[in-house]
Design a protein. Structure first.
Length: 522
């Protein structure tokens, strides 16, 4: 080895060791004092050990800004390649300058080119603020880069539906650092550590006089339970990374692939007798649909998405016969499983995500239709409900529905069990009721006068409801006169029926009408 080579290698090693410390030991200590991990520690916890390849490590090094506040590159999760970036709050606060923004953009662009998932770990106040010096030459940080932070939304949008995009909010984020995650497929937050807002508390205070904390303005609870921006929150960063890894196990690397098949060891055709006891006969008695879901899917393993938001609909990923499926289920314990403004958006988003990534959808239906009332009408239930209808009708992946107890009125539309809405199979349990309204409501409508005149109105109503259910709401009777159901099945056979239906639908092919794109009602 020549002397020059030896000298340069030593300097290179020294530079990389120093760059790996970001803003230096003191700033790293401050991050730890807040109970947070550094950008590189986060990569170490999330990725397979030793799999990370660091790119652009020395960018900004000579200017005293190692990596320009961004660590990026590629690695593996469970052996599968992914592209990833992690914002470094120890360097210029993690603010997004020109080179920092380029790294964000390039990570997504490379992931799309390689057809692998992309993960962004966000801990940034947004765009870097620059003090103008009055000099003629524009400061470097203000130079506009075509592929940068300001245009990362473009590449996020181009990658949408092509590769899975996952955002982890790991600190207080604003501006650019919240809009890019908002364009991604999934957003994770850490409780009491993560915040997202367009304008922070100081600006809010100065502009409108509202005094509010970062947590109350845009904390993890706000965005998982109220705004619906985030999909999951965890107590710790490590817990968050575990959830990200698990989510990826359900997803393909891109839209060009099918999701991974996993040998779960669970008999796809096993019978489940206890299902008959979970769902009460009376459609007005609530129950928790999670009890149904966990018994139907492989090993009871259900990865719920947005569990704190719009709980009247439950969505998430599971496996059935080792195959990834998307579950959409009415939740009778909340609003009787009625469809609302928020649940319509939640359901539509999840259906479109499944359709992007070739994931079959299983719909479990026990709904009292769309929620009535001026609050829902004024909030735009027509517009938001139409999003859901659009998503259902646009989807081309296999879709199987099971009416477990009731499916009334607009609920038949909103959950896709009206003939012609391209649901591949619709099955019903023996107690299923399908119609414009429930048995009690129908009897009150048609026999209102007779009920008032009856000697014993309650007894008369009970008898008429039984008669109506036996004559009209009975799937044996209804199914013989209409082509709503493919079959009426015993509850214990549901898993077996679903597994067989999924198997026959593996070869399903649908071609959309050629067009630029649909105009979903937003």
């Amino acid at each position: 080895m020549g002397e020059l080579m030896k000298e340069r290698i030593e300097k290179l090693r020294e530079a990389k060791q120093k760059a790996a410390l970001g803003g230096g030991p003191e700033k790293i200590d401050k991050v730890h004092q807040k109970g947070k991990l550094t950008a590189r520690e986060r990569l170490d916890r999330l990725l397979d050990p030793g799999s990370f390849t660091d790119l652009g490590m020395l960018v900004g090094y000579m200017q005293g800004s190692p990596g320009d506040g961004m660590v990026y590159g590629y690695g593996t999760i469970d052996g599968r390649p992914i592209c990833i970036y992690s914002q470094d709050a120890t360097v210029q606060g993690g603010s997004i300058g020109m080179l920092h923004g380029y790294k964000m953009y390039r990570t997504v662009e490379r992931a799309m080119d390689m057809r692998v998932p992309v993960i962004g770990i966000h801990d940034s106040p947004g765009a870097r603020q620059v003090r103008l010096t009055g000099e003629t030459e524009m400061p470097e940080a203000m130079v506009v880069e075509e592929k940068g932070g300001g245009s990362v939304f473009y590449i996020n949008t181009q990658a949408s539906g092509v590769i899975p995009q996952i955002a982890v909010i790991a600190g207080a984020c604003a501006g650019i650092s919240v809009y890019s995650p908002a364009l991604m497929d999934f957003v994770f937050m850490v409780d009491k550590t993560s915040q997202m807002f367009i304008t922070g508390p100081r600006v809010v205070k100065s502009v409108i006089g509202e005094d509010i904390t970062m947590e109350d303005l845009g904390g993890a609870e706000v965005h998982t339970a109220i705004s619906g921006v985030a999909d999951l929150r965890t107590e710790t960063e490590d817990g968050c990374f575990e959830k990200v890894r698990k989510l990826l196990s359900y997803l393909p690397s891109s839209c060009d692939e099918l999701p991974p098949i996993v040998d779960t060891g669970d008999d796809p055709y096993r019978l489940i007798p206890e299902l008959e006891d979970i769902v009460p006969d009376d459609p007005d008695i609530p129950y928790d649909v999670h009890e149904l879901i966990t018994r139907l899917v492989d090993n009871g393993d259900f990865f719920e998405i947005k569990p704190e938001f719009a709980g009247e609909i439950v969505v998430g990923f599971a496996r059935l016969a080792g195959q990834t499926v998307g579950i959409v289920a009415s939740q009778p314990s909340i609003y009787g499983g009625a469809l609302t403004v928020d649940s319509s958006c939640k359901q539509a988003r999840f259906i479109r995500t499944c359709d992007c990534f070739n994931i079959p959808i299983i719909v479990l239906i026990d709904t009292s239709a769309y929620a009535p009332g001026s609050d829902q009408e004024h909030a735009g239930i027509i517009r938001h409900g139409a999003k859901n209808l659009f998503a259902l009708c646009e989807a081309t992946v296999p879709r199987i529905a099971v009416i477990t107890r009731k499916s009334y009125g607009g609920g038949n539309l909103g959950l896709g069990v009206v003939p012609g809405m391209a649901t591949d199979f619709v099955f019903a349990w023996p107690i299923a009721e399908w119609g414009v309204m429930g048995a009690k409501e129908s009897v009150r409508l048609f026999f209102g006068a007779e009920i008032l005149k009856a000697e014993n109105p309650e007894q008369f109503l009970t008898e008429k409801v039984k008669w109506y259910r036996d004559s009209f709401a009975n799937p044996l009777v209804f199914g013989s006169r209409a082509s709503i159901y493919e079959d009426i099945i015993e509850p214990k056979e549901t898993r077996k029926v679903l597994a067989r239906a999924l198997n026959i639908l593996k070869g399903k092919k649908m071609t959309r009408v050629p067009k630029k794109h649909g105009n979903i009602p937003l």
